[in-house]
Write a protein that binds this ligand. Structure first.
Ligand code: FDA
Length: 506
């Protein structure tokens, strides 16, 4: 008798025709689990939440492998999760909350960085990390850099897809604002090489509209930006006794209005404020400027360190440890020791909080858990870009965004991955002080508490997506959903927070 193979078997068989077998790992392989956890950055998602493992993990080395995954997946009803750096806050690049059969397309092997120093551009593959990008750019094109995030192990694919906030954004905008071109595998498995092939709408959507919704971006062409031979870093910590509350209250108005080559972000933790700078120039100028505009901080020459931009991107992440290790640390293996459990949330602030509110925040009881707020100043170039130029709508009028981070350990309580209440209590407290109707959030600081999609008749409903989608994308959400209908109307690329197709019913 003939046995009817399951759709999973048929999918694997289909893949085996188009992709070398050593690039497809199934759970029976001893290398499967190490590969699955290789880029997981949140202990919450190692176990037991990933109890339902992917059917397989594919590590393509060519575009045609990605195309085969999409075609085989569409044909046999197996969905894909695409992973670049694995830093998704909710782990959606390698896990599904729904009981569905899915495969992971892990782009780690597609990590080429091709710098054109004379043209001041670079083609970077999605599987590269931003640390690899920074390193390659600085080595091949001294005097040039690229605006992106702080943690060097972040993947280019997810980071660019969701925007890319970093310390050069006040001067040059987000990573997404500096993308010139891209190549993508669409929902039909076609390889669209360049923006003409994909059309204006799709090219707009992938520059900030969030990963995992529109296709699998393989490579990005970016505009490099000038950086001076020396930049200036300082890290100044103030306790409450040393006037931290006053300083942060003042910072809210000063930081977004500083010259755009100076960014000062703040980390509030353990009743202290830590001010960290990037100044695209030398220390005498930064001391002069801050002495005039922000005397409360009391910055001196002794607080400042001048270094190259490449040293800077290493230093802000590794701190003094970088003095004893080479800059090649930026190329570190993405398989890092797994840290604690993490929960993140985000907000945008348009009106400065009062000193009394900050007093409350600084003394917010944190219990045993470790919580921090990272305040990232906007203004400068960010406020000259229209809300509709890219899907990232948080532009003019935004003083800064807040990232709430709560870290905790399992304490041996197996499977205890529920979030301690520091972050939720504080988030509730903050509601009156931050953007409203809707309360905004940053797509790259993904938070499933904001809402998850409902699938009806095989397609994600627009109404369910709108709940979280307007918080990330404001009025751009509707346009994203219309583009989704055009490029993936069957909703093949979907997850708990993917953009749904807006079906026009007359
Ligand atoms: P990952 O591979 O998990 O992908 C994220 C999402 O994009 C998933 O939905 C995935 O399916 C999709 N995706 C991935 N590759 C894709 C591709 N090629 N095509 C289409 N979709 C794709 N952000 C920031 O702006 N500034 C910062 O400084 C930081 N710092 C930071 C530090 C740490 C420690 C973490 C964990 C996170 C950040 N982030 C951040 C947030 C970060 O930008 C965000 O998580 C990115 O989406 C991560 O991109 P990865 O490729 O690493 O994630």
């Amino acid at each position: 008798a003939m046995s009817l193979a399951s759709s999973s078997d048929k999918f694997l068989l289909c893949l085996s025709i188009h992709v070398p077998s050593q690039l497809v790992l199934t759970p029976t392989s001893p290398s499967f689990k190490p590969l699955l956890v290789s880029s997981i950055r949140n202990a919450k998602f190692v176990a037991p939440a990933t109890a339902r493992p992917p059917l397989c993990i594919l590590t393509p080395t060519k575009a045609s492998h990605v195309q085969a995954a999409v075609r085989c997946g569409r044909y046999h009803g197996v969905r894909l999760r695409v992973r670049s750096g694995g830093h998704d806050n909710e782990g959606l690049s390698y896990r599904s909350q729904r009981p569905e059969v899915f495969a992971v397309v892990d782009l780690a092997k597609l990590d080429a960085v091709r710098v054109d120093p004379r043209g001041a551009t670079t083609w970077v593959d999605s599987g590269a990390t931003i640390g690899e990008l920074y390193y390659a750019v600085a080595k091949a094109a001294p005097g040039l850099g690229f605006p992106a995030g702080v943690c060097p192990t972040i993947g280019v694919g997810g980071h660019f897809s969701g925007g890319g906030v970093g310390l050069m954004m006040r001067k040059y905008g987000l990573s997404a604002d500096n993308i010139l071109d891209a190549t993508i595998v669409d929902a039909d498995g076609h390889l669209l090489q360049g923006k003409e092939a994909m059309g204006d709408d799709l090219f707009w959507a992938i520059r900030g509209g969030g990963g995992g919704s529109f296709g699998i971006v393989l490579s990005w062409k970016v505009q490099l930006v000038p950086v001076p031979p020396k930049v200036t870093y300082f890290s100044i910590t103030r306790t409450m006794k040393q006037g931290a509350v006053n300083a942060v209250t003042k910072w809210q108005k000063v930081a977004p209005a500083l010259p755009d080559d100076l960014s000062v972000r703040v980390v509030v933790q353990k009743r202290q404020a830590n001010f960290q700078s990037l100044y695209l120039g030398n220390s005498s100028a930064v001391v002069r400027t801050l002495h005039r505009q922000f005397p409360e901080l009391g910055v001196t020459r002794a607080d400042c360190r001048e270094m190259s931009w490449l040293q800077y991107v290493a230093y802000i992440y590794f701190g003094d440890a970088i003095n004893s290790s080479p800059l090649e640390a930026l190329l570190l293996n993405r398989t890092m020791p797994l840290g604690p459990f993490v929960k993140n949330k985000s907000d945008y602030v348009k009106k400065a909080l009062t000193k009394a509110a900050w007093q409350k925040i600084f003394t917010w009881p944190s219990g045993a858990a470790d919580g921090e707020l990272i305040l990232e100043p906007h203004g400068g170039r960010m406020s000259t870009i229209a809300d509709t130029d890219t899907p990232y709508p948080h532009r003019s009028g935004v003083l800064y965004n807040i990232q709430y981070v709560q870290l905790w350990n399992d304490n041996g309580a197996r499977g205890n991955n529920s979030t301690p209440n520091w972050i939720n209590g504080l988030y509730d407290f903050m509601a009156p002080f931050v953007t409203k109707n809707p309360r905004a959030a940053y797509a790259n600081y993904k938070d499933l508490d904001l809402g998850v999609n409902k699938v009806v008749g095989g397609v994600t409903t627009y109404e369910s997506g709108k709940v979280w989608g307007e918080r990330y994308f404001g009025g751009n959400f509707r346009r994203l959903a219309m583009i989704k209908r055009k490029v993936d109307g069957h909703d093949y690329f979907r997850n708990e927070q993917s953009v749904p197709p807006l079906l026009l019913i007359r």
